[in-house]
Write a protein that binds this ligand. Structure first.
Ligand code: HEC
Ligand code: HEC
Length: 682
């Protein structure tokens, strides 16, 4: 036996010496140490961060992720030098930019602004999530001046605004999915456009609203005043979300280009994610037609462009031209259709940087872009190979750590799975393909396990809400980060324990991450650091308020009696001692952070079947419920009324969300109404 063991022992001794062990040759040979746990330093990092984090005051991410240039629009060139208006979503500001995208003026905007429109006479309109009004501005002689506002009482979470040639103004509200139209002389109209309505635009004689969670574009013809005619709506539907659209009219035909996820259910049979490439599809509504026809679809992931969130479309006599930018990768595509729009377009690709959320035609040709991922404005002049990139000014803003910025890039770009392919079921995607802006996609995905389906959950607010997933099998963020690297690149055949291929992704250098962050451990740490910063945005229903209404107070009391045993008012889901007593709820709910989790780190069986785990499902957080629909893991409740209608109370404190025996008692109408009002505030 001896000769066989001698060699490894010698080799070990040699190794010990190489490592500076300096072993005494006479001493007994050391035993091989157990392989060190490569995740141990990440666990230590997470534990240390948790130990020093005050979850009651962890700032809302709306201001924590940089200035976030979110939208850019050209101002009409009335013999003046070129000017652009832009929104800094992370600084609640409207800025005026000169022709080379340098800031020349700034004005306070409604909180969390994401909607910007410019009327033909140069009036600027801004909508934000935190104000129940559209604010008007004028840009005169290098200054921005406020010029009043259009109040929209009760419109919580306004996301976008548009203006038509008849001077009608349109706005969409994400929370209740409403489209508002305001005619020039003040007439108003309100339409239920669809769940999660977040984008609106006007093209030809149509106003178009995009509903993220309904996966629908709604096209309304307008009357002579520009007001939408609700009953003549035409809808374009996709299996998953439509992140962007652009429309143009030619000869009475309307062309609509829509950018979204592949029109196919998710396929998880391969252990990763299949059929979730990014696509753009061209539709036509012929003059007088009652429906839109899909003329063709292009797999843009196959061209290297992921999550198209910004596009433009122009219709000329000889065809159509579209420019499409992606958030998830560094490609810009120009698509050109000839006279026959049903024939495939020619595709020209060029290189940009990822993170584009808005695009506008530049003065003198070319395009300008807003990029909240890299916090820059960009301009691509005709004939330019490279864009000129201008960092958004951020006076007084706190510099973010390169680590958290790198984590944001991992989340929102192909940096996490750079070797993915886009063939058949294989897909090039990012986390955002299902978690739009980190929240949800309104889909009920097959999990690949039996008949278990799962609604997508928000990824904001994970830090104080562990363990993760409905099955609760990821105990902490270290496990999440490590597993997501494995799943994201599972079908690429590449080792998930990789160093960032920065030579192939030159834009990544803009993040300024040191080399130690770019190795396998550093990348996971960066993703974790970002997820720790990625807290929920303020709740538009609670912002700016300090006290419950009578109805909400009754709702809080009913919730305390009926629901809080499971959906506990904890600051950390797994720390029972972090529970806030009832008398503190009001102050915490009406703080900007709205930090209470309303969930616990335990499983319960509540009739939502099939159970994802033999013990049931993890009691989920109820924060920012309006961002997630449908409800329950299996997606069987379309809205909160649907949740409350089915709740049943049995003997000895028994509770079921569904499938309760007949003798169980429902909530009465008054309690339902009050709890409903309370849930809105979480
Ligand atoms: C194909 C769609 C899809 C993609 C892509 C996707 N997710 Fe998810 N994600 C889901 C669904 C569906 C759920 C809900 C699963 C459940 O209920 O357990 C979920 C849940 C999660 C959760 C658990 C949240 C919680 O509250 O417990 C985490 C963490 C997560 N995803 C991280 C990621 C990350 C990171 C990425 C990018 C690498 C990603 N996901 C990409 C569909 C997706
Ligand atoms: C016995 C514990 C328990 C009680 C009591 C309870 N819930 Fe739940 N709740 C759960 C569990 C577990 C789930 C997740 C079930 C699933 O989707 O798989 C859930 C899910 C939900 C959801 C869906 C969340 C989402 O992200 O889809 C809402 C909303 C909700 N509960 C509200 C309430 C309200 C309101 C009450 C009081 C009337 C209540 N719950 C009482 C355990 C409970």
């Amino acid at each position: 036996v001896r000769p066989f063991v001698a060699l490894p022992l010698l080799a070990l001794l040699a190794l010990a010496r190489c490592n500076g062990g300096g072993a005494d040759p006479g001493a007994p040979a050391p035993r091989p140490a157990p392989a060190p746990d490569p995740l141990a330093p990440l666990h230590a990092f997470e534990d240390a961060r948790r130990a020093t984090t005050d979850f009651a005051h962890l700032p809302a991410s709306s201001h924590a992720l940089g200035p976030d240039p979110y939208v850019i629009r050209a101002l009409p060139a009335v013999s003046a030098p070129a000017r652009y208006a832009g929104l800094l979503r992370g600084r609640d500001a409207l800025v005026l930019l000169d022709g080379s995208l340098h800031e020349i003026a700034r004005a306070a905007a409604p909180g969390s602004p994401s909607g910007l429109a410019v009327s033909p006479n140069g009036e600027i309109l801004v909508a934000g999530e935190e104000a129940e009004a559209i604010r008007r501005y004028r840009a005169d002689g290098g200054h921005l001046t406020e010029a009043g506002e259009i109040a929209l009482p009760g419109a919580l979470a306004l996301r976008d605004v548009a203006v038509g040639p008849e001077k009608a103004i349109y706005a969409v509200e994400e929370r209740r999915g409403r489209l508002f139209a305001i005619a020039e002389h003040g007439d108003r109209q309100e339409i239920a456009a669809g769940t999660g309505a977040f984008r609106v635009d006007r093209a030809g004689d149509r106003v178009i609203a995009d509903s993220l969670l309904d996966h629908t574009l709604s096209l309304y013809p307008v009357d002579a005043r520009g007001m939408p005619i609700e009953e003549r709506v035409i809808r374009i539907h996709n299996d998953g979300p439509i992140w962007s659209f652009a429309a143009a009219e030619r000869g009475g035909d309307l062309f609509v280009l829509a950018g979204g996820v592949e029109d196919h259910p998710l396929d998880r049979t391969g252990g990763s994610f299949g059929f979730i490439d990014s696509f753009v599809s061209l539709y036509r509504v012929q003059k007088g037609a009652a429906a839109a026809e899909r003329l063709g679809s292009i797999n843009v992931s196959a061209e290297g462009l992921i999550t198209p969130k910004a596009m433009s479309l122009r219709a000329g006599d000889h065809g159509l031209t579209a420019i499409v930018a992606g958030y998830g990768a560094d490609k810009l595509l120009t698509l050109t259709w000839g006279v026959d729009p049903a024939a495939p377009p020619s595709i020209a690709a060029s290189t940009l940087v990822p993170g584009v959320s808005s695009i506008a035609p530049a003065d003198g040709g070319g395009m300008v872009f807003a990029d909240p991922l890299l916090d820059v404005w960009m301009k691509l002049a005709p004939g330019d190979k490279e864009p000129s990139i201008v960092p958004a000014e951020d006076p007084g803003g706190q510099a973010r750590s390169p680590q958290s910025r790198l984590g944001e890039a991992l989340f929102f770009t192909n940096l996490m799975a750079p070797w993915n392919q886009s063939l058949d079921r294989l897909s090039r995607f990012t986390c955002e393909t299902c978690h739009f802006e980190g929240y949800a996609d309104g889909r009920i995905h097959h999990t690949g396990r039996g008949d278990v389906h799962a609604t997508t959950k928000p990824l904001l607010g994970l830090f104080n809400n562990r363990p993760h997933f409905s099955r609760a099998l990821d105990p902490d963020l270290t496990t999440v980060a490590n597993n997501e690297f494995r799943v994201a690149g599972a079908l690429s055949g590449h080792d998930p324990w990789f160093t960032a291929p920065v030579a192939d992704l030159p834009w990544a250098a803009r993040i300024g991450a040191p080399p130690e962050d770019l190795g396998p451990e550093g990348l996971r740490r960066a993703l974790m650091a970002f997820l720790m910063d990625f807290t929920h945005r303020p709740n538009p229903a609670a912002i700016g308020r300090t006290a419950f209404s009578d109805l909400e107070r009754r709702g809080a009391d009913a919730f305390a009696a009926r629901c809080e045993g499971c959906h506990a008012a904890r600051l950390a889901s797994d720390v029972p001692g972090s529970r806030a007593p009832r008398e503190q709820w009001e102050a915490l709910i009406f703080s900007r952070e709205g930090p209470l989790v309303w969930g616990i780190a335990e499983y319960k069986k509540t009739g939502i079947e099939p159970y994802v785990n033999e013990k049931g499902a993890r009691v989920p957080s109820l924060r920012r419920l309006y961002k997630k629909r449908p409800y329950f893991t299996n997606g069987t409740a379309a809205d909160l009324e649907g949740v409350l209608d089915r709740a049943r109370f049995g003997p000895a404190g028994a509770f079921l969300h569904d499938k309760a025996p007949a003798e169980y008692q429902p909530l009465d109408a008054a309690e339902k109404q009050a709890i409903r009002a309370f849930l809105d505030l979480l």
